[in-house]
Design a protein around this ligand. Structure first.
Ligand code: MN
Ligand code: MN
Length: 301
């Protein structure tokens, strides 16, 4: 299907995915850990990038979701190859730089690497947080459009911190959705792919939507599926998602990458783009282009 797309189009949608992720992170972070009713009492419908929140962010500042994705992106671009060590080294340097936030499972996995060189944590039924799924985009872009490479990169980056079947299933499904979206798939096709996940693992069923948006990857993905399939624009998808509160920066980041890849750059509200950290946006544009250029697609596979 991707044959019909030229490099410029794929690159534009890849950029929109990465920018969409950062925008969703910066938007949602303000209302992270609030309940949906607390958000509506305070803001009505929350729809602007204003910073603040429990992390006291500057407007447009991103958090660990975007920063960890950039760690992976930089490792690939620097080596022009996939290297778990390079990814883990960047995670370690990032953790030492005292990031504004870091999830517990991510911290535990990165510490294990720093202390013991562990590149794959032991399987753990409790490590089903969304920390591996939130940062998969560079692995998707660098593997594009090869499905086997996609699986390898997505799971290897995940297992540095999260080795869990439910997390793996979410990561693989999201990775495939992103790949298919970059190939130009319509929502009906994407929905059928999610139906496949739900029939294998009914815990991901999101119809009827339960309204939970916690850091448990099942709740996270249900929220993203519900609002991505219901929304008619990038803005609708994102506003619906982050107004659920809870892990709103991460649901926002994941919905943002998917909706960005789907709707494209023009669909991302200018008022949100204008608020974003200029340095982060410039780096995202540069690394996204380099990831696509280094992918099998970019090299003419
Ligand atoms: Mn975060
Ligand atoms: Mn979060």
């Amino acid at each position: 299907m991707f044959n019909q797309y030229n490099l410029d189009e794929i690159r534009a949608h890849a950029r929109a995915a990465f920018i969409g992720m950062a925008v969703g992170d910066a938007l949602g972070a303000t209302v992270e850990f609030m309940t949906a009713s607390e958000i509506s009492a305070k803001y009505g419908t929350f729809r602007d990038i204003i910073g603040g929140g429990w992390l006291r962010l500057k407007p447009g500042q991103v958090t660990d979701d975007t920063e960890m994705a950039l760690c992976i992106a930089r490792a690939i671009v620097k080596n022009q190859a996939w290297s778990r060590e390079a990814v883990a080294d960047n995670f370690a340097a990032w953790l030492k730089s005292r990031p504004v936030d870091c999830g517990d499972t991510c911290r535990k996995g990165i510490r294990a690497y720093m202390l013991h060189g562990t590149l794959e944590t032991a399987p753990n039924e409790w490590d089903a947080g969304n920390g591996a799924a939130m940062r998969i985009l560079p692995a998707v872009l660098f593997s594009f459009p090869d499905e086997e490479l996609l699986k390898k990169y997505v799971i290897e980056q995940a297992h540095i911190t999260h080795n869990n079947q439910v997390s793996d299933a979410a990561c693989l499904c999201l990775g495939q959705l992103l790949r298919m979206t970059l190939c130009g798939a319509e929502k009906s096709r994407l929905r059928r792919h999610v139906d496949g996940l739900v029939s294998r693992l009914p815990t991901f069923n999101y119809v009827p939507y339960r309204g939970l948006a916690t850091g448990y990857v099942v709740d996270t993905m249900q929220t993203v599926f519900h609002w991505f399939f219901r929304g008619k624009s990038f803005e609708e998808c994102l506003v619906g998602t982050v107004n659920q509160g809870a892990d709103a920066d991460t649901t926002g980041a994941i919905c943002g990458m998917l909706a960005g890849a789907y709707y494209g750059l023009e669909s991302i509200p200018k008022r949100w783009i204008k608020r974003m950290d200029v340095k982060v946006m410039a780096e995202i544009e540069t690394v996204t282009d380099l990831l696509v250029a280094a992918s099998p697609f970019g090299r003419g596979y």
